[in-house]
Design a protein around this ligand. Structure first.
Ligand SMILES: [Zn+2]
Length: 432
């Protein structure tokens, strides 16, 4: 049953629809693309977006903290994804705290403001940074992933205030960079000590409640050959100096990845109720130097997502590669080299966490029956859950256009997500 005050908040969310739309369009207008590996944020837009959010929260009575992260000072531990060399200057973090009346449970609302690159611009029929509206949808990079989420979480709190409601528990709002790359933005907040009884990240979930995600490991495999003239007739055996084709040898390595993926697909320790099993997949291949020369070297980059229970699949991948290599006389003597490019842990929370119950009950009041879901790629929730031990869920709009051309957020869903978040906040934090 909705209380009179809750009803008032829902009514205000409907009445202030245009303001939510304008807020999101403004967020989309800042070009806050995650810098590529080795790059750094250029231009004023990152700061300007954060100053805009800062000002909003200041007007709402939040106490604010805004800083730039020095990634070399972050605590770097296995699975953290910390890249000490990465330059995070010019991409500030904003954290706002709003004290409750004291007796309620506290809540973190976290959203990343960085967005993936636009991709092939010709594939867009809308300007990626204008927030154009068509067919009841707002188009633009970040519309669903996840500037839409930032708009919904801020509007939810704003309209609770507008309804004259005082929350019992504390609210912390975090807007962070780097989720699309290293998750160091949220990790920096965790390492600064920001805590709460639960957290919501309004990443796109199609109005379901996201509670689990796979971790991710990556690396590079180098397969060696021996050069020779490719026009010469039958080569002598390699042991007496013959040429060896590294591309042909790498085929066995790719097959090894596929065998391992196939094995994991049904192996009991790789099964998860909400997630796909572990896998390892070649994603970039580079080899050969000259069209008439036996290739001497092939480099294969691989990607390996894994369920939270796995911790790190790197060891098993290496064992598999080396055991297959050992069946080949050349590779036994000239083993491939495997290098890790780092890994980030997965995360999940128990299905009985009270924040899940609060979100589901709030949704039911709105006639929405959310499913508990998992996601095969990770979000900033990994750090809130693993590092800070905060039960964290995501609730947000449709994810289907995330990272694609013509990314959009459906306005009807934005309103529903705002209502789900607002009601969850009210019931979690308590109010009067
Ligand atoms: Zn996202």
């Amino acid at each position: 049953m909705l209380s009179e005050k809750e009803r008032k908040v829902l009514q205000l969310i409907d009445e202030n629809k245009e303001k939510l739309i304008e807020y999101l369009r403004k967020l989309i207008s800042f070009k806050t693309v995650t810098p590529a590996s080795g790059g750094k944020a250029e231009g004023d837009d990152y700061k300007k977006l954060q100053e805009f959010v800062y000002k909003t929260l200041e007007e709402m009575g939040f106490t604010l903290d805004m800083w730039e992260i020095d990634s070399s000072t972050l605590e770097n531990f296995p699975g953290s994804g910390v890249e000490p060399e990465r330059d995070l200057s010019n991409m500030p973090v904003v954290v706002g705290e709003l004290k409750g009346q004291g007796k309620g449970k506290s809540l973190i609302l976290n959203g990343h403001y960085d967005v993936v690159p636009v991709g092939v611009i010709e594939n867009w029929s809308h300007d990626p940074f204008k927030g154009e509206i068509e067919d009841n949808k707002i188009f633009g990079r970040g519309a669903c992933d996840m500037k839409g989420g930032i708009a919904t979480m801020i509007e939810a709190v704003k309209l609770i205030q507008k309804a004259g409601i005082k929350l019992d528990g504390d609210i912390t709002v975090q807007t962070v960079p780097e989720e699309e790359m290293s998750c160091m933005g949220t990790l920096a907040c965790c390492q600064k000590g920001y805590k709460a009884d639960a957290a919501i990240i309004p990443e796109p979930t199609d109005l379901d409640v996201l509670i689990a995600m796979r971790g991710n490991a990556g690396g590079k495999l180098t397969v060696f050959g021996r050069a020779g003239h490719a026009d010469e007739g039958v080569q002598p055996h390699w042991s007496v100096g013959g040429a060896v084709n590294a591309i042909s040898k790498s085929v066995k390595m790719i097959q090894a990845f596929e065998e391992l993926t196939e094995e994991w697909r049904t192996r009991p320790d790789k099964q998860h109720k909400l997630l796909n099993p572990d896998m390892v997949m070649p994603t970039v291949i580079r080899g050969g130097e000259w069209a008439v020369t036996y290739p001497e070297k092939v480099e294969i980059a691989f990607n390996a997502p894994f369920i939270p229970g796995t911790v790190n699949p790197g060891k098993e991948i290496e064992e598999k590669i080396m055991s297959v290599a050992a069946t080949d006389s050349w590779m036994k003597e000239h083993p491939p080299k495997i290098e890790s490019s780092g890994w980030m842990y997965g995360a999940e929370i128990d299905e009985n966490e009270p924040i899940i119950k609060a979100a589901i009950e709030a949704s039911r009041e709105l006639g929405i029956e959310p499913k508990l879901t998992g996601m095969d790629s990770l979000t900033d929730a990994i750090h809130l859950i693993n590092y800070s031990k905060i039960p964290t869920i995501s609730i947000g709009v449709d994810i289907s256009t995330a990272h694609k051309a013509d990314e959009f957020a459906d306005i009807g869903q934005l309103i529903k997500a705002t209502k789900m978040i607002a009601l969850t906040i009210l019931r979690w934090c308590g109010y009067s």
